[in-house]
Design a protein around this ligand. Sequence first.
Ligand SMILES: [Zn+2]
Length: 74
Amino acid sequence: MKCIECGKELTLTTKTYVANLKNCVIIVKHTPAYVCDCGEVYYDDETTERIEDIVYSLQKVINDIAIVEYSKVA
Ligand SMILES: [Zn+2]
């Protein structure tokens, strides 16, 4: 996988994903992510789907802040 912005090879690591929703904030720690030296961050399709599932199910049960571990909820 290469960076869309600068074309460099991406490095697989983990990032803290933050979803700012209307009435809550969902923070997913240690989410697998591809990062570039230029600062761009990418999530692959599988990870994006899982994040969407996590956010969708959590936003129904919380109304402030949720902090979860990706490996425990995905
Ligand atoms: Zn880049």
